[in-house]
Design a protein around this ligand. Structure first.
Ligand code: ATP
Ligand code: MG
Length: 544
């Protein structure tokens, strides 16, 4: 009949193992109420109505607790208290009579509680389960009994050990001080009469250590309690004063109360400490995280630079095609011119006027070729400084860069104009715009050559922004991908070498670098009597 050792596995919650509880009560309804209460807590119940049956159950089962009625059909329940006095079975007396003497006698024999079945009985049931749960925790608590009488020492030791407390006894201050220096003590029961002096002197001498440092509750016991003694011991730091001769129930209740209080206090202190520790850990992690964020930011910046470079390289390919287009015609014009001059010279019909006019024509063409190169090289220059530029200029420059190719593919660009100046990264803007022009061109290549349009519409908004809408009539972007087109590496042009960086970079440049906004939607519109559908990108940039 031994109790299993349970462990405290959370702050205030105590999980008991499956206790076996014997309920001995001749009332069927009390039996039922108790069974329900304990079963709800996960305990096993044995119900009996007579002492005879109770003994039978006790013999054949490992019983941990007994709920004991006193007046029973076949005798007095006190018989069982005596029978189980030295065993590990713990008894709660549940009776309808409250006899003071009998009560104290029962405590002397080690019962855990004496409960009167009155109108507060239901509330008291709670107390029983709480006591069962708490008593296990007592195993970790040491009580120091400072008492000169050996008889009382023994009695207190018995009662307290019966509730699983560890008990140390000292008949004098010297021994008490030794115990206190050797082990943790959770509560002191201090008799004012000690073998080597007065309990108050002991308290006074050790006040700082006991009360301030170790914070041990001291319950003073005295044969003569009057208001002066109470005042003096409380002033010296004791938490309560009890009168001798003892009422065991009072001692037990107060010891339970103060140890429980201490336990909760130290649990709170521990949780505060662990919170403090957690705070340090969190702060440490925060610092590490901040470092990581800085590092990641640097890596991202590098990545962004790389993507930007990649994107520029991709547009450069298109640019080279454009240069080729733009140079083809003037170069062939020049070659015709050179051949014609050569022929005239051979035929000896070349006069100065013709030569000069041909040369100045060629100079003009060379100038034009040079301008084209300048346009591209300006665009390719990295610009990390904000400059004033008009949105109209930047858009016109982007169109110039793709114009000859667009002309070739019969793509007409229809644009209004707007003279508004912006402070920002002009080349970034040109590149963004080129990305969108090229996307429209790619989409338009899929439709009839006769009707390929790109519309560019610039306006200012009431909240001091410039709004540029660029739309085409290539049919729009299908609904299932329209939310993804700004993601990096999203492309539907894998087969044609699309990288999927264009719109990602464009959005980054417009929104992060220029603090604007880039949005897309499909639109239906009419142009010169025909209805069209296409993707429309809207760039909004603050004028400031
Ligand atoms: N005007 C448009 N009409 C229809 N689809 C479009 C249009 N603009 C963009 N898209 C869709 O958005 C996708 C992503 O465009 P994005 O410019 O980011 O990459 P890409 O053009 O595929 O490749 P690249 O990196 O070479 O530009 C395109 O693959 C295309 O499916
Ligand atoms: Mg693209």
């Amino acid at each position: 009949m031994n109790l299993k050792n349970n462990q405290i596995n959370s702050m205030f919650e105590f999980v008991t193992s499956n206790y076996n509880i014997l309920i001995l009560d001749d009332s069927k309804s009390v039996n039922q109420i108790l069974t329900k209460t304990f079963q709800d807590k996960g305990y096993n119940c044995f119900n009996v109505f007579t002492i005879k049956d109770a003994k039978e159950v006790l013999l054949n089962n490992e019983i941990h607790y007994v709920m004991l009625d006193i007046n029973l059909p076949d005798g007095n329940g006190y018989e069982l208290i005596t029978l189980l006095e030295k065993s590990s079975v713990k008894i709660f007396v549940l009776t309808s009579e409250s006899d003071k003497k009998f009560r104290e006698k029962s405590y002397q024999k080690g019962i855990l509680d004496f409960i009167v079945k009155d109108k507060n009985f239901f509330h008291k049931l709670d107390q029983i389960t709480k006591t069962i749960e708490n008593i296990e925790k007592n195993r970790n608590n040491t009580i120091l009994v400072m008492e000169d009488s050996l008889v009382i020492q023994e009695q207190l030791k018995d009662v307290l050990e019966n509730r699983y407390y560890k008990v140390q006894v000292a008949s004098d201050s010297l021994r008490a001080e030794q115990i206190l220096s050797e082990m943790p003590v959770d509560l002191i029961l201090l008799d004012l009469v000690l073998k080597d002096g007065n309990g108050i002197d002991f308290l006074r001498r050790n006040n700082n250590l006991l009360i301030n440092i170790k914070k041990i509750p001291v319950l003073v016991v005295s044969g003569h309690v009057n208001s002066e003694i109470t005042r003096d011991v409380i002033k010296e730091g004791a938490v309560d004063v009890l009168t001798k001769p003892y009422v065991l129930e009072e001692i037990v209740l107060k010891v339970d109360l103060w140890t429980d209080y201490k336990r909760k206090e130290s649990e709170i202190i521990n949780s505060v400490k662990s919170l403090g520790l957690q705070k340090i850990i969190i702060e440490d992690q925060k610092k590490k995280l901040e470092k990581q964020i800085v590092l990641e930011k640097q890596i991202n910046q590098q990545k962004e630079k790389l993507l930007m470079q990649q994107s520029k390289m991709a547009t450069m390919g298109t640019m080279m095609e454009n240069i080729l287009h733009q140079w083809k015609q003037p170069l062939s014009a020049m070659s015709t011119n050179v051949s014609s001059v050569q022929l005239q010279k051979e035929l000896d019909i070349l006069d100065d006027e013709t030569l000069n006019s041909s040369l100045s024509d060629m100079m003009m063409v060379i100038g034009h070729l040079g301008n084209t190169i300048d346009d591209f090289s300006n665009y390719l220059k990295p610009d990390r400084e904000k400059v004033d530029f008009t949105i109209d200029d930047a858009i016109t420059q982007s169109i110039i860069l793709v114009n000859s190719q667009f002309r070739n593919e019969n793509i007409k660009v229809i644009k209004n104009s707007l003279q508004v100046s912006l402070l920002g990264y002009k080349n970034d803007f040109i590149q963004s715009f080129l990305n969108m022009l090229n996307n429209s061109k790619d989409a338009l290549m899929e439709i009839d050559k006769e009707e390929r349009f790109i519309f560019i519409d610039m306006s200012t908004t009431s909240n001091n922004c410039v709004e540029v809408k660029i739309k085409d009539n290539a049919g729009g972007i299908s609904d299932d991908i329209i939310d993804k087109i700004f993601e990096s590496h999203f492309t539907t042009k894998d087969k044609f070498g699309g990288t999927g960086i264009g719109l990602f970079m464009t959005k980054e440049m417009i929104e992060k670098n220029m603090l604007g906004k880039l949005e897309v939607q499909n639109v239906n519109f009419d142009y010169e009597g025909s209805s069209y559908t296409g993707a429309q990108f809207t760039i909004t940039l603050p004028i400031q």
